[in-house]
Design a protein around this ligand. Sequence first.
Ligand code: NAD
Length: 274
Amino acid sequence: MSVPMITLNDGTKIPQLGLGVWKMPEEETPGLIMSALNNGYRHIDTAAAYGNEAGVGRGILESGVPRDEIFITTKLWNDRQGYDETLRAFDESMGKLGLETLDLYLIHWPMPNRGHYVDTWKAFVKLQQEGRIRAIGVSNFLPEHLERLIDETGITPALNQVELHPRFQQSAQRAAHAKLGIATECWSPLGQGEALSNPVLTEIASRHGKSVAQVILRWQVQLGCITIPKSSNHDRMRENITIFDFELSDAEMARIKDLDAADGRIGSDPATAD
Ligand code: NAD
């Protein structure tokens, strides 16, 4: 069963599930990308900061899968923000990926204390207008950062990639995205593995004959989010993409909603990350 596409606010279509490659060593990346493509993945999420863009590019090239069938995201790292620096960093990423056109470019973190994210966004808009990027978006932006970008440039990000898993469900952030027409993409969707032993999820999974990872990813898909689980294990990669053949009931969705926790955040707080 193929992965559904989500249409972003600029008309670009993105597969609702992709492979995250954070912490994937560069030398193992080409083989793992080829394995993912063989298992039906058509969406890869990397970043300049992950140090494996060249491996992603090599894997895509060596797979023989046509370039236009694969959706590739990379991200601008914090120390490259600013208009001119962004243009240079983009060229470096594209050189490593070996691509002519990028599907999605994200500002990795807003870094509000440094004050460069609006200028960075203006460079993203220019690159999109030149046809070098299909869709432009952000990551870890709070509603106040999104509103400032829109107010100062008139251009709304297509997507915001944020931490989102059963113990950190981001309902206020998702509501802000819905109001602004921004798609929500979940990072660390499995809570970096932490969520996999939860008893409520285990019970729901056994009822469907599915794994806990599959239930979590299915929950994110039913919320309307895009999700990018990471795995370097061939069986788990296949497992994580096999979530389009079952459905969680409203009652099961409600039980998962109750797992949200005030202290559920794993990563940094975007308001103070610097
Ligand atoms: P994740 O929540 O995807 O968990 C990954 C870990 O869960 C794996 O290392 C593996 O140990 C385990 N796992 C995966 N599939 C499994 C399965 N089926 N069964 C059992 N265990 C399984 O964690 P992540 O890598 O932090 O997040 C996913 C992706 O999100 C990253 O690779 C990256 O692309 C992106 N990300 C973005 C940001 C950001 O700031 N934008 C931050 C973190 C991660």
